[in-house]
Design a protein around this ligand. Structure first.
Ligand code: AMP
Length: 996
């Protein structure tokens, strides 16, 4: 029976179309394709002949001009069918151990054959046999292994052909080739197509890795690992791998390749960067355009080098933009210039062009210039926080010399500044300079005019000038003008001399005559606004004869007084200028310090420790005082007598330090141990203090026989004495300045909880700068040392006139009782060292105080100052101001000198004693000189004599103008004499105390 009888041949086109759809991702390598053979297949059938029933038969069909062969068998009516159809030898690909066998076939339904269906089958078998060589027509069934029984999914009935496609896998092939065989055991089958193929993973490029075509399925039918290679111009760190699955798919790639520098990936290949682009490293990145200020090279650039004048800092990435040097900082200014401390603050604005950099820093260079010669300042100059690497736009400069010009150059740096050395003329400068003159630039002015010597017909004057001439090449010329002090100016000859030195000796003067002398820097140099009075002096020339020499000293003293006065006036003027000028160094006693710095200065670090709390007082001394070796001390002259021994002036020269003048307190021989400890206790106390207005302890000698206390030397000695000696010579402003210093020292002590108990002008010391410092800290001083100390009923010795009532009454010594004493010191100061309550007895003083009487205002005392005194003397101690309040108030008064102009009421009968025409014994003054002596104005005796005022009657007729005309110029002295004359006229000598 022919298998195809009655069917149309249309099915082949379907098969063909189906055959094209075989590969998608996977590639199939065909080893055998029955249809593609297009001619006789040459397959072997077995048995060759089976009687009249043949086995597998080949049938040829033509479609679209092409020949197709099919094999079929259909011996369904026969028993024991065993028909074999064997393919030709199929060469195996070396690595293809697994092949696919795809069959297209038709199986006819056994039912369609009626009675013969009993032996009819509907399946056939697939066999295979491996061989290393083509065995030709030799066929042995026994050599074949069964692969599968092939059964149709759809069976073909009577009318319609149903084609089945089945694929079977033949595995573990290892020999050179193999045969397939189809065994029919009684079915009606047509084998339309047999296709044998194996699968491969196709050659591919993934992530720039090239993987070769690979046969799918390894020995164990698992994944096959395949190593890849980078495409051209790509690199990889580790060799990339991938797996080819049994189905011919690539899977699980490990590693990758990246385009090398100068190349970027384009469609799975590496292409050179385009011109103007660069790529610095092997990466998956694209080439980037060349950054700012860099050169655009040809294709394949690894980096873009900086264009001329632009740089990359070593820390900049080579791929970053290039930058130029920053331009110069701007607006360089020097502020808060302090001549006194040689300090200034430089500040500036950042450069206009930072060349896009954020790492701009600044350095400051200092050059010192003198007479147009400049040199680097060196290490002496200090920059705070530093002179280089500044990120802030300011720096403080200190330790500058106040007589030099400095040029500061501030330079901007950035990370690329190191390339600056490269010559490039067009580059803008990166620094800015400023020249600061620390010199005192005002024209010179006379600060002190003194009379050095005088005879009846000659006069020697010398003077100081500020600022002093800097070099010999620039001398100052002075103009000396002098004339007789005569009201008749028209008739007076005025003599003018130009001098090159600050000294002159004038001769041929008229004896017994007052002269007015004036010295000024010559017109070209003088300050136009220089106050005229500063360099003016009135000198009275004595009568010729033996008196002259003696009087020289007196007049010299007066001249010194005048010079001191001038000095004060100059200081006051400087103070006034302070608000517009750079601050100058002034003594603390005069300096109105601003509140914040003031508080800072006075804030004590600790609380005072009573040396008595130490079991061994010697330990306390060593804790608070420095031990000095006696060989470092030189005693020069006795200057006073302390309770325990002499006080010397001397020098202290400590190793490695400058020699300084000191006061040396000694302990007289024969002392007891108790006395020695009491003596040294003052050092234990003083050594705990450190303040401008507290006497400074230099150290002690305790380890040698002669114990000593060494303190700073105060040239002008005790304040009460000093003021008495300079009675009327200081203006209120100066006196208030002194009080301010004392108050500042007392505030410091009270802040340290130290109660002084013996605050009085005699215990204040004055130095050359007229700074006042609190002294006298001995533990037993109130008891023993102070001659003012008086025994009270409450026990102990108390300086009654200086002591607050509660301290007298029940020894309640507090800072508030120190404030009372300070009020008395204020009074002493304003009264130029007058004894408080004059010659009233201590008993009278206590009585008056208890009856609410208080000291009256001293002559010329500013009202505000007297009001403060009265506040200090309030009975209720809690209502008295504290030292902090006092300091603040005095500071305010000093800041506005006008506040001192209002003068408190003054009664000459109270303040000037001896105002009667009689001497202290009640008899009338016998002479003008006796009277002058009684009011401590003897220095004017000659003036009175020369003016012809030789009797007390003449004196009583004098008017204020007359006093002035005879040469009394100091306002204080003028007033004293005038008030005394007033008192003499009044004939009253009541001593009363003002009630408050
Ligand atoms: P005192 O024992 O502290 O009262 O000193 C006695 C006298 O010696 C004082 O009245 C001063 O005249 C003088 N004196 C004490 N200390 C100093 C000093 N540091 N500088 C100058 N003179 C002093």
């Amino acid at each position: 029976m022919d298998f195809f009888t009655g069917f149309r041949p249309l099915l082949f086109s379907y098969v063909l179309i189906n055959g094209i759809l075989i590969t998608l991702q996977t590639k199939e390598e065909v080893l055998l394709d029955m249809k593609a053979t297009g001619g006789e297949l040459g397959w072997l059938t077995w048995p060759l002949e089976q009687g009249d029933k043949p086995g597998w038969e080949v049938t040829q069909r033509t479609l679209n001009g092409s020949q197709f062969y099919t094999y079929s068998v259909c011996n369904v009516g026969e028993r024991e069918q065993d028909n074999w159809l064997r393919t030709t030898f199929i060469q195996r690909h070396q690595s293809a151990s697994r092949v696919f066998v795809e069959l297209q076939f038709i199986v006819r339904d056994c039912n369609s054959f009626g009675g013969s269906s009993l032996t009819c089958k509907e399946t056939f078998n697939l066999f295979t046999s491996e061989s290393d060589a083509d065995v030709g027509t030799t066929f042995r069934k026994g050599q074949f292994k069964k692969v599968a029984t092939i059964a149709p999914d759809e069976i073909t009935g009577k009318n319609e052909l149903r084609i089945n496609t089945e694929t079977r896998v033949v595995e573990n092939l290892s020999r050179k080739g193999f045969y397939l065989a189809f065994q029919d055991i009684g079915a009606c089958v047509a084998l339309l197509s047999t296709r044998v193929y194996y699968k491969t993973c196709p050659a591919t490029v993934k992530s720039l890795v090239l993987f070769p075509e690979t046969v799918a399925g390894g020995e164990n039918q698992g994944l096959r690992e395949v190593s890849g290679a980078c495409v051209d111009n790509a690199v990889s760190e580790e060799s990339p791998r991938i797996y080819c699955t049994v189905d011919g798919d690539w899977a699980v790639m490990v590693g990758q390749c990246q385009c090398k520098p100068g190349y970027e990936e384009v469609k799975e290949a590496c292409q050179e960067c385009r011109p103007g682009f660069f790529k610095a490293a092997a990466s998956g990145d694209k080439c980037e355009p060349c950054p700012a200020n860099s050169e655009q090279l040809d294709s394949g650039a690894l980096v873009c080098p900086c264009t001329d004048g632009f740089y990359r800092a070593p820390t900049d990435p080579p791929t970053g933009p290039c930058s130029g040097l920053p331009s110069a900082p701007r607006d360089l200014v020097a502020t808060t210039v302090q001549l006194s401390t040689g300090k200034l603050l430089l500040s500036w604005s950042p450069p206009e062009d930072t060349a896009g950099r954020t790492d701009v820093t600044y350095s400051v260079e200092c050059q010192r210039c003198e007479d147009s010669v400049c040199q680097l300042c060196g290490e002496k100059i200090r920059f705070e926080p530093a002179g280089t690497g500044l990120t802030d736009t300011k720096v403080s400069v200190s330790s500058l010399d106040a007589h030099l010009n400095y040029t500061f150059t501030v330079k901007a740096h950035s990370g690329v500044s190191m390339f600056e050395a490269e010559p490039r003329s067009s580059r803008p400068p990166s620094s800015i300079s400023l020249t600061v003159s620390l010199r005192y630039t005002d024209p010179p002015r006379i600060t002190t005019l003194r009379m050095v010597e005088r005879t009846s017909a000659s006069l020697s004057l010398s003077w100081d000038v500020f600022p002093r001439p800097r070099s010999q090449s620039q001398p100052i010329q002075y103009k000396l003008t002098y004339r007789k002090k005569d009201d008749n100016l028209v008739a007076t000859t005025i003599i003018v001399r130009i001098l090159e030195k600050n000294f002159v000796h004038v001769v041929d003067l008229t004896p017994c005559t007052a002269y007015m002398c004036k010295v000024q820097p010559s017109a070209a140099m003088a300050a136009p606004e220089a106050p005229k009075g500063l360099s003016l002096m009135s000198v009275f020339l004595p009568i010729p004869g033996p008196l002259t020499q003696n009087n020289t000293a007196v007049i010299f003293a007066a001249a010194i007084g005048g010079a001191a006065m001038l000095f004060i006036v100059i200081l006051v003027l400087f103070l006034r200028r302070r608000s517009v000028k750079a601050p100058l160094l002034l003594s603390t006693s005069l300096r109105p310090v601003n509140q914040s710095s003031f508080t800072e200065q006075l804030k004590p670090l600790k609380t005072y420790v009573d040396p008595h709390t130490y079991e061994d007082p010697n330990v306390a001394v060593l804790k608070f005082a420095t031990e000095i070796h006696p060989s470092h001390i030189t005693k020069q002259k006795v200057i006073g007598a302390g309770e325990f021994g002499e006080v010397y002036r001397g020098n202290l020269k400590m190793p490695g330090r400058k020699e300084v003048a000191v006061a040396i307190k000694t302990l007289k021989p024969g002392y007891t141990e108790k006395q020695r400890q009491d003596f040294l206790s003052e050092a234990s106390i003083m050594g705990q203090f450190s303040h401008q207005n507290i006497i400074r302890l230099e150290g002690v000698v305790t380890k040698f026989k002669h114990a000593m206390i060494v303190t700073e030397y105060m040239e002008n000695g005790a304040l009460d004495r000093y003021l008495k000696d300079h009675d009327g010579e200081f203006p209120s402003f100066q006196l208030v300045g002194m009080m301010y210093g004392i108050a500042a020292g007392m505030k410091y002590l009270s802040d340290m909880s130290y109660v002084h108990r013996d605050l009085a002008a005699r215990n204040i010391l004055v130095n050359n700068n007229l700074e006042c410092k609190v002294s006298d800290f001995g533990l037993s001083r109130v008891l023993e040392d102070d001659p003012e100390g008086t025994y009270t009923t409450s026990g102990g010795k108390i300086p009654i006139r200086w002591t607050a009532p509660e301290a007298i009454a029940y020894r309640k010594f507090t800072s508030a009782s120190d404030v009372w004493s300070f009020g008395i010191v204020m009074w002493e100061v304003m009264a130029f060292g007058e004894r408080p309550y004059w010659d009233m007895s201590n008993h009278e003083v206590m009585k008056a105080i208890n009856e609410a009487f208080r000291l009256p205002a001293p002559m010329d005392c500013p009202s505000a100052v007297y009001q403060l005194m009265l506040q200090c003397w309030l009975q209720d101690r809690s209502k008295r101001p504290r030292f902090g309040d006092i300091v603040n108030l005095l500071d305010k008064l000093l800041r506005s000198p006008d506040s001192l102009k209002t003068i408190a009421d003054f009664d000459p009968r109270v303040s000037i004693r001896l105002p009667s025409t009689s001497g202290s014994d009640g008899s009338p003054f016998r002479s003008v000189s006796e009277w002058l002596e009684s009011i401590k104005m003897s220095q004017y005796s000659e003036n009175f004599t020369c003016a012809g005022v030789v009797t007390m009657d003449h004196v009583l007729q004098m008017k204020n103008e007359d006093i002035k005309n005879i040469g009394v110029r100091l306002p204080g002295h003028l007033k004293r004499i005038a008030y005394s004359i007033l008192g003499l006229k009044d004939q009253t000598s009541t001593l009363s105390v003002f009630a408050v």
